[in-house]
Design a protein around this ligand. Structure first.
Ligand SMILES: O=C(O)CCC(=O)C(=O)O
Length: 297
């Protein structure tokens, strides 16, 4: 009998899919999310970028290289973050077939913790469209890692040329590595795009995950991954949510390799006049229960 460490049940996974996730730390499910739902999310993103609807708690992030250069709308904004309270994006975050798979991995109490619509624009020669290799756990002050999983769905076909994800299969069995901003000589880098600078890790075997619209990649928060430069003239779009079991616990990241991201986020809050809160506050206000009951998060 198999001993499962990285998944909870076979509820919506075949034995083969479950074994694959256990060994590799990711699972690709083709055509999981219907086109109509993704088209509505894309329309919503365009309306947000063009100022047609109010932001409803969503943060729009500009691509660093496109700021102050006259770009507007989807030519300017590279990401919409914290999208869980918008009706259209929420339809993605709660999409039942997807949550069934999430439940199979992390169990019944499913909290959406981190959410975004990503618009990787054509690179304008500064390499800002790349996302360096990283582990998502670097951003999260909650544990255990095995009760956290990401969904990442292609909103348009994603290819090596437009900057699909690349992943390091099996890296979820390792530890959390130190993350920092890449050397500026390597190109411009967007805010919060921390990366693993260790060449030994980056030189290990990775694979490109080319996907069609609606295909969804599920992955463990320790899986090392990133995405390349968009060398096409089209927008590469994706929608992604990180889910955690509400049975996870917040941890104190002071003195750990995660202290740099905590400091950066707390500085941003302080500049907005939000003081005397701890890092877990940030996660409590942006998370939303999707299925089951709320426990610790
Ligand atoms: O969509 C991408 O290009 C990368 C997204 C990613 O790795 C992340 O947000 O953690």
């Amino acid at each position: 009998m198999n001993v499962y460490k990285y998944s909870i049940s076979n509820f919506a996974l075949s034995n083969e899919q479950r074994d694959f996730y256990e060994t590799n730390g990711f699972l690709l499910v083709q055509k999981l999310v219907p086109d109509y739902l993704l088209d509505r999310c894309n329309e919503r993103f365009l309306d947000l970028c063009n100022g047609k609807i109010c932001q409803n708690g969503i943060t729009l992030m500009k691509d660093i290289s496109r700021m102050n250069r006259g770009y507007k709308g989807e030519n300017l904004y590279g990401k919409a973050q914290d999208i869980l309270w918008d009706d259209e994006f929420y339809e993605y975050a709660r999409y039942p077939k997807m949550i069934d798979i999430i439940e199979s991995i992390i169990g019944r109490n499913v909290m959406a913790m981190h959410s975004m619509f990503i618009n990787k624009q054509p690179d304008i020669g500064t390499k800002s469209s790349r996302h360096p290799s990283h582990q998502d756990l670097h951003y999260f002050p909650f544990r255990p890692p095995n009760l956290i999983v990401a969904s990442w769905t292609a909103v348009v076909p994603v290819t090596k040329d437009n900057g699909c994800l690349y992943i390091f299969p099996g890296s979820h069995t390792g530890k959390l590595f130190p993350h920092s901003y890449p050397n500026p000589k390597e190109g411009e880098i967007n805010k919060m795009y921390y990366g693993i600078q260790n060449k030994e890790i980056n030189n290990q075997k990775s694979i490109f995950v080319e996907m069609n619209k609606g295909d969804t990649l599920f992955f463990h928060p320790l899986l090392v991954h990133g995405s390349g430069i968009n060398i096409t003239q089209d927008f590469r779009k994706a929608i992604s949510v990180h889910y955690a079991s509400s049975d996870c616990q917040y941890i104190n990241v002071a003195g750990s390799t995660q202290e740099n991201i905590q400091d950066e986020i707390m500085d941003i809050l302080a500049k907005r006049g939000i003081k005397d809160v701890d890092f877990s506050f940030v996660w409590k206000i942006r998370s939303r229960l999707i299925r089951g009951t709320k426990a610790n998060l």
